[in-house]
Write a protein that binds this ligand. Structure first.
Ligand code: HEC
Length: 151
């Protein structure tokens, strides 16, 4: 675990216990850095990111794939279709062009919405917990830091 995520693991329970300020977005944004946590390791969209989107538990496409027949709530209410790389890059109602900002995970709504301290609405997946694990969050972060390529 990188020092940054170790710190995150420590502050999240502390923030969860804070009654005064449930919206922890700014606090988290202060701690987010755009640097790739492991430049020696390349994160693959196909192998590391797509499987997160398409799984049932702590996944996304039950709600963010318009071909799903059980409502696709995230498409209807969030406007975000995660079924292809092209549709991901189009973003949703709030994110539009900032869904993925190549090289800048801390400004990318995709990363911020799955992190504690989401900038608006609910933390994703909407039906969580479970949420993404620290290594999964790091993969999303580093994939964007490495340019968010369709690799
Ligand atoms: C149970 C349904 C559900 C699941 C599962 C789900 N979402 Fe969502 N998603 C929603 C809903 C509803 C909204 C709109 C409300 C909001 O933004 O909180 C939304 C909104 C979003 C948005 C904001 C779109 C915009 O531009 O306004 C992002 C980004 C997002 N989801 C990403 C994800 C990711 C990534 C996953 C999987 C890790 C995921 N969601 C899983 C229902 C879901």
């Amino acid at each position: 675990m990188s020092p940054r995520f170790a710190t995150l693991a420590l502050i999240v329970p502390a923030l969860a216990g804070c009654e005064l300020e449930p919206d922890v977005g700014p606090a988290f944004a202060d701690r987010c850095t755009n640097a790739d946590s492991d430049p020696a390791k390349s994160v693959s969209y196909t192998d590391d990111i797509v499987p997160l989107f398409f799984r049932d538990a702590a996944g996304c496409t039950p709600c963010h794939d318009p071909s799903q027949n059980d409502g696709a709530l995230g498409v209807q209410l969030g406007g975000l279709d995660l079924s292809t790389y092209q549709s991901l890059l189009r973003g949703g109602f709030n994110s539009t062009g900032s869904i993925v900002v190549p090289g800048r995970p801390c400004e990318s709504v995709l990363f911020l919405k799955v992190s504690p301290g989401q900038p608006f609405g609910s933390r994703m997946p909407f039906n969580g917990p479970p949420f993404l694990t620290a290594p999964e969050l790091r993969n999303v972060h580093d994939w964007i830091a490495e340019g968010a390529k369709e690799n």
